[in-house]
Write a protein that binds this ligand. Structure first.
Ligand code: FAD
Length: 935
């Protein structure tokens, strides 16, 4: 029973009692006692009784005794005073014993995932206090005011209580989540593309780590004049590489997450038109634990390996990964801005309701958010060995399982089991350079060997920076350099609130690392690219196994890494330092020789990096790998600082360290600077009035075709990614061009279309063309990876949508829907209406729907929404394209025998339109419960 109904039911005896007693009738007491007994009985049989129903039963028993046994009229004449007093005492007692009585009601409206949430409990304490006050005030009204004033006042108080009961839960969680953030939630509006002085920029970024470059690249794309200042001679920060004697080594990054179809790094690449396949390659990882080797290239293989080692835990292993998968998908569902947002931003950008609904919409992930990784492992497993094995990648966070938030472990560790990790092709530097090149290609500037010495602040607002004695001006500065250096040194403590500066100082740094770089004249291609040796506590990366270009032919580029602390190393340049570095390097080589015999004898190039080396090259205090310690309870600074206009985009802020995480931080920062969609516009172009609040522009035919390629690429690459080299059934394939392109991305594509004329004649390997109504094909359950409907469903009778999706769910693991929506795009909407009335005249459909409709459709079919993305169409359709589209339509309609009046009216739309643009496209992917990982 929902909460409101339950309250109504609980109040029924009271309403009967007050009304009948008000009329002086004793029967009110008897009826109230009967009703309260009826309400209490089922609860008593279950061994529980809510405080409200318990109070009612007690009160009416006493009232009945007094009225019928003692013949007193006290409970009839003073029904208002006594009744409200009793309710007040009930509310007060429930508060005093720590079980606020409204909790019982709220639990009916909110699922168990809320029940231990601190803000849920606080809301209920407050609500119970509010009701206690309402009951007391009403009792006093009856004590001191006469009829009808007492009745009016008590009813008014109850109405106020009801209003608060609705408003408080909706408002308070968002208020609490944004309380601290609001202190610094300033806004600096920068209009991109407006003329500036030579030394003035829309945005200046201090440091060229991946967080800074992500922010810069997105802003450059949206037309902002960006300047990146980097102290080092190359970009990338920790994401960089160096060459020695023909070998390439990464200074860190070798296993990157977030590159699956809906992942944040994929989002960045697709926004910038960069190809994942050009920049990354999937790693093969081997774990060594208690002398056993476990190697798996997919979740299935990893699960099977674990089951063979721990057969008693088979059920738990499968349940663990199933829950982890669900939690992970929830975390990444509903990415309106391409990346997950922290609570404060969900409340600010998507509204308080979204935040309130977060636990309900993300129950599994929410559970992971509120536990440590250790707690999660304990929940599923008995074997300590198995738990240790599942902590193998915790080095990626640098924390122990009991101090690691389970949600961080999920996104930064378990995600590697679910979606795999990727090696940056050609070395980490190539990825960083691609971002730099993108910024420069969009008119941005990246100045190397430009150490920023000061961030200029006036009256609490940022004004620019000083580097190499020169002032660069901007009202927006993004600190990618770590937060301690940026705020305490470059800004200066004098500009910061005392508590903020003290908090920054108190933050512990994460561990650092010791690394050995080896060029060896050995062919190690028989090994995987990464070996995680848990027995000896190191990671061994054979870079050239991921990308052979990292070493000369027949040789190998190898890196060995172990966690280390800066304080264990003497001052750089001293003899003790060099000796320690050498000793540790060879100790690691000797350990690695137990896995790769003879490694030491084949070394032709050797180098090593200590925490002090990392600090030297990046200015990161203590050479910390992930900036701040990532344990539970660490409160990283928000991405907005107390200085107006000064942002953070790096591992120092949400969500923490690692490439995926800093991409998220860079994207959040860019979106905030751009006003969450307010200011984004392609650079230097004529910008028309926004379409649904966004901007779009007129460009040449070449730009239009480029935009068409970009939009299609985003859809196709998602399909290819989901299929993971498996089968895609492309329903409504049109001329099968899409299928051909997808085969080039290693998918096996079955193109299905009911209209023979629309199906191409192109026959290729890995491509099958079927002319049929897809619903009638005898396809086996789960016989393909993806069933895609790209611009198909709007041509199907909406009454059949549900069955179509159910059938797709039966057949495939993923169901992908891509649909445009002319709603709100004025000229496209006119075009569409004319089109729809023409095709409906011969019984066809052209039924566009809003995004929510498609999302709900997938959910109703029992699918979990894995991806829900809007792909913007930003370029106007040139006249010549529109003319050829309309002529094509006219020809087809003539062939189909559509009335000439319709043909004239679609031509009429064309002649009347000024500027025309296709609508944005919704790309929504659902996943069935039977899902296994894409390989
Ligand atoms: C050994 C090691 C291994 C790692 N392995 C992985 C991995 O496999 N996968 C993964 O996802 N992550 C990995 N990481 C973590 C990942 O590399 C980092 O979290 C991420 O690259 C940090 O990016 P960032 O944007 O915070 O900037 P950083 O990389 O910290 O760069 C900050 C930049 O600011 C510059 N700077 C500082 N002060 C100034 C100044 N005053 N003026 C101008 N410029 C300044 C620095 O020179 C630097 O270029 C690893 C890190 C290390 C150290």
């Amino acid at each position: 029973m929902p909460g409101m109904l339950y309250i109504l039911a609980s109040f029924t005896p009271w309403i009967l009692y007050w009304v009948l007693s008000g009329l002086g009738l004793e029967i009110g007491v008897a009826l109230a006692l009967i009703v309260s007994a009826v309400l209490a009985l089922p609860q008593l049989l279950r061994g529980e009784l809510s405080p409200m129903d318990a109070a009612s039963l007690l009160y009416f028993t006493l009232a009945a005794l007094a009225t019928y046994a003692l013949g007193s009229r006290l409970f009839i004449e003073e029904s208002g005073l006594l009744g409200y007093l009793a309710l007040f005492l009930m509310a007060l007692t429930s508060l005093a014993v720590g079980k606020p009585y409204t909790l019982q009601v709220s639990k009916r409206d909110y699922p168990p995932v809320y029940w231990s949430d601190p803000s849920f409990l606080l809301v209920n304490r407050l609500l119970t206090a509010v009701w206690a006050a309402v009951f007391l005030a009403s009792a006093l009204a009856y004590a001191f005011l006469g009829f009808p004033l007492s009745l009016l006042l008590s009813n008014a108080l109850i109405a106020a209580g009801v209003a608060l009961s609705v408003l408080l839960p909706a408002w308070l969680p968002a208020y609490l989540a944004t309380r601290e953030f609001r202190r610094y939630d300033w806004s600096v509006r920068v209009k991109p593309g407006t003329l500036k002085r030579e030394d003035e920029y829309d945005v200046i970024i201090v440091g060229s780590g991946v967080g800074g470059l992500t922010c810069g690249a997105l802003l450059a794309k949206w037309g902002y004049r960006v300047l990146v200042l980097e102290q080092h001679y190359q970009v990338g920060g920790y994401c960089s590489s160096f060459r020695r004697g023909g070998f390439t080594f990464n200074t860190g990054v070798e296993n990157v997450s977030g590159l699956w179809a809906g992942g944040p790094v994929s989002y960045l690449l697709s926004e910038l038109g960069l190809s994942k396949d050009d920049l990354f390659v999937r790693n093969r990882v081997r774990f060594i634990y208690k002398g056993r080797e476990i190697e798996a290239s997919s979740l299935e293989e990893f699960t099977a390996a674990l089951v063979s080692m721990f057969p008693d835990e088979e059920g738990s292993i499968r349940a663990f990964f199933e829950e982890a998968r669900r939690a992970y998908e929830e975390c990444y569902s509903d990415l309106a801005y391409g990346v997950p947002l922290p609570a404060a931003l969900i409340a600010k950008v998507q509204g308080p309701k979204k935040l309130l609904d977060y636990p309900r919409d993300h129950p599994h992930f929410y559970d992971w958010m509120n536990k440590t990784y250790r707690q999660k492992l304990d929940e599923f497993f008995k074997s300590e060995d198995l738990k240790t094995l599942l902590c193998a990648l915790l080095g990626y966070l640098g924390t122990r399982p009991e101090e690691t938030p389970a949600s961080s472990a999920l996104t930064a560790v378990v995600s590697y089991y679910l979606h795999g990790g990727y090696f940056p092709k050609g070395g980490a530097q190539r990825f960083a350079d691609a971002l730099k090149d993108y910024i420069e290609s969009r008119g941005g500037k990246v100045l190397l060997m430009h150490r920023v010495d000061k961030i200029l602040v006036e009256n609490g607002e940022v004004r620019g920076v000083v580097a190499r004695g020169k002032v660069y001006r901007s009202r927006v500065v993004v600190a990618n350099a770590n937060a301690k250096t940026a705020l305490l040194e470059l800004v200066g403590e004098e500009h910061l609130p005392k508590d903020y500066a003290e908090h920054l100082k108190s933050l512990r740094m994460s561990p650092s690392a010791f690394m050995v770089f080896l060029g060896v004249d050995m062919d190690l291609s028989g090994y995987p690219s990464i070996i995680e040796n848990l027995d000896e506590g190191y990671s061994l990366v054979i870079n050239s196994n991921a990308d052979p270009g990292m070493a000369p032919a027949g040789k190998s580029s190898v890196t060995i890494l172990t966690l280390a602390n800066s304080r264990d190393f003497p001052e750089r340049g001293t003899r003790e330092y060099l000796e320690k570095k050498l000793r540790l390097a060879w100790e690691l080589v000797r350990k690695a020789e137990r896995v790769i015999p003879g490694l030491g004898e084949h070394v032709v190039v050797v180098d090593a990096a200590t925490p002090r080396t990392f600090e030297r090259y990046t200015s990161m205090p203590e050479g910390a790998i992930y900036a701040f310690d990532q344990s539970v309870g660490t409160k990283r600074p928000y991405f907005k600082t107390p200085i107006k206009g000064l942002y953070l985009a790096s591992a120092s802020t949400f969500p923490g360290g690692g490439i995926e995480a800093v991409v998220i931080s860079g994207a959040i920062c860019a979106h905030d600077i751009a006003g969450w969609g307010r200011e984004q516009s392609p650079m230097g172009l004529r910008v028309e009035k926004g379409v649904r609040g966004r901007s779009w522009c007129t460009r040449t035919l070449g730009d239009y075709l480029e935009e068409e390629r970009r939009v299609k690429w985003r859809i196709y690459s998602t399909l290819a990614e989901l299929s993971g080299g498996g089968v895609i059934i492309d329903v409504g394939c049109g001329d099968s061009t899409r299928g051909i392109l997808l085969t080039a991305r290693d998918s096996f594509v079955v193109c299905v279309d009911a209209k023979p004329k629309r199906v191409g004649k192109e026959f290729r390997e890995r491509l099958e063309i079927v002319v049929a109504d897809a619903r009638l094909l005898p396809l086996r359950d789960h016989c393909c990876s993806v069933v895609s409907f790209v611009f198909t469903l709007h041509e199907i009778d909406p009454r059949a949508h549900r069955n179509v999706v159910l059938e797709a769910r039966r057949v495939g693991k993923y169901v992908a829907v891509a649909e445009p929506s002319p709603h709100g795009v004025e000229l496209y909407e006119r075009f569409w209406r004319t089109y729809r009335s023409a095709v409906s005249s011969i019984g066809l459909f052209e039924e566009y729907r809003p995004r929510e409709y498609w999302v709900a459709l997938l959910k109703q079919a029992g699918l979990q929404v894995l991806l829900d993305r809007v792909i913007e169409w930003r370029v106007a359709t040139p006249r010549e394209v529109l003319e050829s589209v309309v002529e094509g339509i006219a020809e087809e309609w003539e062939r189909l025998g559509i009335d000439r009046a319709h043909i004239e009216s679609i031509r009429g739309v064309l002649s009347s339109v000024g500027e025309f643009k296709w609508s944005d496209i919704f790309l929504i992917v659902g996943v069935g419960a039977q899902l296994e990982m894409p390989r």
